[in-house]
Design a protein around this ligand. Structure first.
Ligand SMILES: Cc1cc2nc3c(=O)[nH]c(=O)nc-3n(C[C@H](O)[C@H](O)[C@H](O)COP(=O)(O)OP(=O)(O)OC[C@H]3O[C@@H](n4cnc5c(N)ncnc54)[C@H](O)[C@@H]3O)c2cc1C
Ligand code: FES
Ligand code: FES
Length: 1342
């Protein structure tokens, strides 16, 4: 029994080393322990909720029953250290390192170009490593499953999968699935201008170079732990923390006694339910009972009529147990098991399934639980134990939490009994989530029907739904009323009516999507109806009354199939370098990211990986909970009393300027949005700082008007800046002469950057001359430096900003890091201590804003042949509460709106709305991805009216010859046309369009859509001063070279490209060259690394510096042409030749005269085209991406691996924008979606099943370094090809159902949108609410 005062020693192993923790705190997670106590910073924090996989590590434990050692991946952010007693943990550092030996997983992910920013990489490595520990030659499906819980925001996943596939059982090699041919042998490609086969490479890495996987080299399970499990400790172990005590009994008896003594104490198993609740809802449990050592909870027993599974088994184990049972038993007995298995495949991620227990899952009774609805209909029972034992059904009453049907406080769930199904019984599971994998379901269901033997008469029926109420809901009444009915259409109709009546969902229901959920309630039942009908047909055939079963037409069978998870395949084509290019010259070759191996070993240091500095303090931010209000008072007293709290920084502490009049760093008298920073707590630890912010009391007085939506902003004339307008031709006159006019509206939702590394900064004040060192994750260190200077009122020259690398930026780390840097600097100045500020994911998403939501109205006039004569577009973007980049975004939006089309009469207008939301800011593509969706929507609307396919309209209106853009800048669209034609060619577009039409004729409930989209993307800033860059190159006396330039490494590989440039210029191998960091002390006055020109302008500066140096070395080389580089450098030093040079690039002239509507705003264009094909499920709104082909004009790529990586990553990010990423705000302006569970960025299973990227060869641009092009942003918009393929499929469904083909375009095309757009008898059936009668759960701000 526990001793109340003394903690036991916590013993576990990390990377083969024993850890003894004498004061283990139950509130400390493994992630925090690894990073802070053991300084193993390879394991990253990115969400803290188990939703991103960045913190994945492997845990190994010996199973007390089987005695086998289990290796499983977990998310360290949810693992309390106290749960690790007797376990061995392996982190990325334990797998391999640059200093000792690289593990093949690490080597291959880096060399396959699977790392960009590298922040997700250690997690990816650990997921793959764990898979290989269990399956040295896994199948591709296992690989996909293992990586399903690891998010990557940069790569688009394809190269990560490619590295993993090298371990898999040999795949057929051919990437063109189903054709039986290799992609390069396809006849259609022979004539392609993608080049002669010999010039085209499809390999980005050389597989043969990889070291083999040798499982014998892995860390062994520590013998000491083996001994511990052979003689398991029976004593109760107790760990006392500051607020929580962890008690881990060694016997079942002790557990029961403890539970009786502490009935209020929860059992802690996987902590995947308790952990997030304790974190986000602040639930504190002073005592936690851990049954981790109780083997009775892991017992599995098979009987003739069912299966009993211990409540302590993990969901991953449950999956294996069920799979085994399914393989052993006849099909009729395993209906429930197969339904459970179906959901276990998509429930959460591998890591969560490894951690979460069956008992924890059942007892948590989440309304979204994927298993409870099936267990309930499958008549599962719960075996409870306290002093005695008893059985209760897992019934609707249990699920609703009725005391009479629930566990008593002292009871424990020991095991779950799941009976076999029987003949004439059918069980099915349904689920629809925002995306297929790693997403909580919107609605799920378990359905079971039992027929009177030999008939179709319903003897028993149970249906339960999840996601449609506070708990899993049973449609018990409806089911009762249907007993005795025949399984036919009449029953279906009645069942749907009854279900909708019983499972009623109010219009304001939490979680929103109410009409969609109602529709799913009946759509799922319809699927069940068809499934059962199919089965009945097979069974009843021999019976005389079988005539009653008309064949289900093949067209309707498409309702039945789910989209299976498919392992993506694809080809990447690029032009090989000239055969005469010296081998040493790396330009144009697929060189690995400079930090690739360091990313993969966890040795790459990010801002928060910098070791704690002397006297360092932590900062946490206090933000507004009101959208527009006067601050009446701020009471800091309670917060200041919390132990460890040092100070609270308010606006009064700012010695210099507090931001600008309209955009304050810290709020003064009023707040303009929820999430605005008001003050900041400084404390000894981050935990103390976070606890203190809860104690700060702020009183507000609401102000009016509060504006959130674009519609309201227009109504209140609330704008951030004047309208931006471009016009050409005579639009009014043109509208009078056209055959037809269409008007429409387009809504494009915003987007969260979701860089994996949240905003973070470390400010170190120096003792002398007010100097400060700032380590910050930013795209624009000079801006941080300047802002800190004006905030502290000290000259810029005292402040040095250092950027080693950034864990993803995408525009979100241009403006905001300066705010965090400045606030932290005020804290550092006031306290005299170094300050570390690391935003947690929730705060990052709440505070920082993202891509501007857009509302567009268009009027387009055209001839019946599809030729567009006049186009009038007016766009409004939701800028949020301050100007930030909104005016620039509006300008770019307007400048780029014409995309690839030559339309004589145009009018484009744009305005940025001032609303009470966090300020929106720069985001990859800078307005182009939103605006151009309006333009392309016009094209589809015109196509629908003309009865022509959209690609014909696109072709007809595309720029063809040298011409001028709307702002009168001349350009040659030759590469645009080539990309378009190539894309049509490589994708076999026209054939596939026909196949899509055929498919759609044959399938009623599934529809396919295909779309091809052209792109003309202008790179650069529309201002000359932004096109400059500097570099500093030092050659040291040993011949090694240090290169510094003004660009920041965000994952886009700029440092790699810069060294490729330096290597070519200095004619030395890259191994001689090094880049340490970007520092404002080395290269001053830098420009933000943005607008796709980072490598262009900095490359020219590096080239310039190297050329200067080489010129100086020329006489020496001439004198000793056979000498070595080292000898020349030595000689130069002897001769007092300076070995350091500054390079400078005085870049392109770019200007725009908005008065005249003329200018030369962009240095050049990137052209491209993408074709995507999808299939949608009209009943659920789900879609699968069948294939995408991208052709991009990269000219002479500096590094095809990096450039293809940028294209793929941007494409997948764009696909997220247009399909799954949905920001939800409350009617009070509070952002709900503040983590990976509510905000769905694409996962590995969202990658198109076939994903091909080709770089257009033989294209040149005179302006840039070695004729390369900047590709950072352009791929984003090509993600819209998926959006238009979805709308194409939706249009096909609507056409067949005789509903108007033109509909309001809304992005993202979520399952909700798709389902509701494919209106049918089920959408007609659902009750509709009058929006005026209730307050909705969320509002639409676009
Ligand atoms: C990132 C993420 C994604 C997820 N995705 C999904 C999803 O897609 N679908 C889905 O259905 N679920 C999902 N979940 C929820 C997950 O299934 C549950 O959190 C999990 O099953 C709970 O199990 P646990 O062992 O972690 O419970 P814990 O958090 O350890 O405990 C939860 C509760 O159960 C009680 N308890 C546990 N065992 C017993 C017992 N033997 N006797 C009595 N009481 C007990 C505890 O007292 C506690 O109150 C997700 C969770 C996370 C973190
Ligand atoms: S940080 Fe642990 S899963 Fe995201
Ligand atoms: S490389 Fe995966 S998040 Fe950046």
């Amino acid at each position: 029994m526990p001793c109340p005062s003394r903690s036991d020693e916590l013993v576990f192993f990390v990377n083969g080393r024993k850890v003894i923790e004498r004061n283990a705190d139950p509130e400390v997670t493994l992630l925090s322990f690894l990073r802070k106590n053991l300084r193993l910073t390879g394991t990253k924090y990115a969400c803290g909720r188990g939703g991103c996989g960045a913190c994945t590590v492997m845990v190994s434990k010996r199973d007390p029953t089987s005695q086998e050692i289990r290796h499983f991946s977990v998310t360290a952010c949810l693992v309390p250290i106290c749960s690790l007693y007797g376990a061995a943990v392996t982190t990325v550092e334990g797998v391999g390192s640059m200093k000792t030996r690289l593990h093949p997983v690490q080597e291959r992910i880096a060399k396959s170009h699977g790392t960009q920013c590298g922040f997700c990489t250690p997690g990816m490595v650990m997921s793959m490593y764990t898979l290989l520990r269990n399956h040295p030659q896994p199948s591709e499906e296992q690989l996909l499953e293992a990586l399903g819980g690891n998010l990557c925001r940069c790569t688009g996943y394809r190269p990560i999968l490619a590295s993993g596939k090298t371990f898999c059982l040999e795949s057929n090699g051919c990437q063109q699935k189903g054709t039986g041919k290799c992609c390069l042998d396809l006849g259609e490609n022979d004539s392609s201008s993608l080049g002669r086969k010999s010039d085209i490479c499809t390999e980005l890495f050389v597989k043969e170079e990889f070291q083999p996987l040798d499982p014998t080299q892995e860390l062994i399970f520590p013998p000491e732990l083996l001994r511990m499990t052979e003689n398991p400790e029976k004593r109760t172990l107790t760990f006392h923390g500051e607020r929580v005590t962890w008690i881990s009994p060694g016997t079942f008896k002790d557990l029961l006694e403890l539970k009786a003594k502490h009935p209020e104490a929860p059992l802690i198993l996987g902590n995947t339910s308790l952990g997030p609740a304790m974190r986000s809802k602040g639930c504190l449990h002073p005592i936690l009972l851990s049954p981790a050592r109780i083997s009775e909870l892991n017992v599995v027993s098979k009987t003739n009529d069912g299966l009993t599974i211990g409540a302590g088994c993990s969901l991953a184990q449950v999956k294996d147990i069920l799979a085994e049972r399914v393989s052993e038993l006849p099909e009729e007995k395993t209906q429930t098991y197969r339904a459970l298995l179906k959901h276990l495949k998509s429930l959460a991620s591998q890591q969560i399934r490894n951690m979460a227990s069956l008992g924890g899952h059942i007892i948590s009774r989440h309304s979204y639980s994927d298993l409870n609805p099936i267990l309930a209909v499958g008549n599962a029972t719960l075996n409870l134990t306290s002093e005695g034992t008893r059985r209760i059904p897992l019934s609707e009453h249990f699920l609703a939490g009725l005391a009479s049907a629930d566990l008593k406080p002292e009871e424990i769930l020991e095991s779950v009994y799941i009976p076999h199904s029987q003949k004439w019984e059918f069980v099915s599971a349904f689920r629809q989530a925002q995306c297929q994998q790693n997403a909580l379901p919107d609605v799920n269901a378990g359905m079971r029907v039992l027929f009177k033997e030999g008939t179709d008469i319903i003897e028993d029926l149970s249906i339960t739904y999840g996601g449609v109420g506070a708990a899993t809901v049973s449609a018990h009444k409806s089911c009762q009323q249907l007993l005795g009915r025949q399984w036919d259409e009449l029953m279906l109709d009645e069942a749907c009516r009854r279900l909708l009546d019983e499972v009623s969902l109010p219009g304001w229901a939490p979680g929103g999507r109410v009409e969609f959920k109602r529709t799913l309630v009946v759509s799922f039942f319809f699927k069940f109806y068809l499934q059962v009908l199919q089965e009945l047909k097979k069974l009843i055939k021999p019976f005389p009354n079988s005539r009653r079963y008309p064949e289900i037409s093949d067209r309707f069978l498409s309702a039945l199939e789910d989209f299976p998870g498919t392992v993506p395949q694809g080809v990447q084509r690029y032009q090989s370098v000239d055969s005469h290019q010296p081998l040493q010259d790396p330009v144009g070759r697929p060189v690995m990211h400079l930090s690739g191996l360091k990313h993969a070993t966890g040795e790459a240091e990010f801002c928060d990986d910098i070791p704690m500095v002397d006297k360092e303090l932590c900062m946490a931010l206090v933000t507004s909970t009101r959208a527009y209000a006067k601050i009446i008072s701020i009471d800091l007293s309670e917060a200041l009393e919390i132990p460890g709290v040092v100070d609270v920084i308010t606006a009064k502490d700012i010695p210099g300027t507090n931001g600008t009049e309209d955009d304050k760093l810290l709020a003064v008298d009023e707040v303009l949005c929820v999430g605005q920073i008001i003050c900041a707590v400084v404390a000894e630890t981050d935990v103390q700082a976070k606890r203190a912010i809860e104690k700060i009391k702020i009183t507000y007085e609401e102000l009016e008007p509060i504006i959130f939506t674009i519609k309201d902003a227009i109504k209140h004339n609330s704008f951030l800046c004047p309208e931006k307008k471009l016009e050409q031709g005579n639009i009014e006159e043109a509208f009078e002469k056209v055959d037809q006019i269409v008007e429409g509206e387009v809504h494009v939702g915003g987007q969260e950057h979701f860089y994996m590394e949240t905003q973070r900064v470390l400010v170190i004040p120096k003792t002398e001359d007010k100097e400060l060192d700032i380590y910050v994750s930013t795209q624009d260190p000079a801006h941080v430096q300047k802002t800190v200077s004006s905030t502290l009122n000290i000259p810029i020259n005292r402040i040095t900003c250092h950027v080693k690398r950034v864990g993803g930026g995408f525009g979100g780390k241009i403006g905001r890091p300066a705010v965090f840097g400045a606030i932290a600097a005020v804290g550092a100045l006031k306290t005299g201590h170094p300050i570390r500020l690391v935003l947690d994911r929730e705060d990052d998403m709440l505070i920082t804003g993202g891509r501007h939501p857009l509302f567009g109205k268009y009027k387009v006039g055209f001839m019946n042949n599809g030729r567009i004569k006049a186009l009038d577009i007016e766009c409004f973007i939701n800028g949020g509460c301050t100007l930030d980049d909104s005016e620039l975004v509006t300008e770019f939006l307007i400048l780029k709106l014409e995309n690839a089309y030559k339309i004589r009469n145009l009018r484009f207008r744009g305005r940025a709305c001032l609303t009470n939301l966090p300020s929106n800011t720069a985001f990859r593509g800078f307005g182009f991805p939103q605006g151009t969706l309006v333009t392309e929507s016009c094209i589809t609307a015109v196509a629908a009216k003309c009865g022509l396919p959209p690609e014909k309209i696109r072709e007809k209106n595309m720029y063809r010859t040298v011409d001028k853009a709307i702002y009168k800048q001349a350009f040659n669209p030759e590469s645009l046309i080539r990309c378009w034609n190539e894309c049509l060619d490589v994708s076999s577009f026209h054939n596939r369009r026909k196949q899509v039409e055929e498919f759609n004729k044959k399938n009623y409930w599934k529809k396919r859509g295909i779309a091809v989209i052209p792109m003309k993307f202008s790179v650069g800033f529309a201002a000359t001063s932004y096109h400059q860059a500097a570099a500093l190159v030092h050659i040291y006396t040993d011949g090694s070279v240090l290169v510094t330039h003004g660009g920041n490494e965000l994952g886009q590989g700029i440092h790699t490209k810069m060294l490729q440039v330096a290597s070519r210029e200095l004619k030395i191998p890259m191994s001689h060259l090094h880049i340490c960091e970007t520092s404002t002390a080395m290269v001053p006055n830098t420009i933000a690394t943005a607008a796709s020109v980072g490598a262009d302008i900095n490359g020219k500066a590096v080239q310039n510096a190297c050329q200067i140096l080489l010129k100086r070395l020329e006489p020496i080389i001439k004198k000793n042409p056979e000498g070595t580089w080292e000898e020349w450098i030595e000689a130069a030093f002897e001769q007092r030749i300076s070995l350091s040079a500054t390079g400078y690039f005085r870049g392109y002239k770019a200007f725009m005269d908005w008065e005249k509507g003329e200018g030369d705003p962009f240095p050049y264009y990137v052209y491209g085209a993408a074709c995507s094909e999808v299939e949608i499920d009209c009943l659920t709104g789900a879609h699968k991406k069948i294939r995408t082909d991208i052709v991009m004009d990269a000219c002479c790529s500096l590094n095809p691996a990096i450039d293809i990586g940028q294209i793929e990553g941007a494409f997948i990010q764009g696909m997220g924008l247009y399909t799954t990423e949905e920001l939800k705000y409350s009617p009070e302006g509070v952002l709900y979606s503040r983590g990976p569970d509510e905000y769905k960025i694409p996962t590995i299973s969202d990658v198109p099943e076939e994903f091909n990227v080709s770089l257009l060869p033989s294209s040149q641009t005179p302006l840039t370094i070695y004729s390369s092009k900047g590709l950072g942003e352009s791929g984003m918009f090509l993600g819209s090809s998926v959006f238009f393929a979805i709308t194409d499929a939706v249009a096909a469904a609507r056409k067949e159902r005789d509903i108007a083909e033109d509909f309001t375009v809304k992005s993202p095309a979520t399952p909700e949108w798709v389902r509701m757009a494919c209106a049918d008898r089920f959408t007609e059936m659902i009750p509709r609410d009058d929006p005026k009668t209730f307050k909705p759960w969320s509002i639409t701000v676009a």
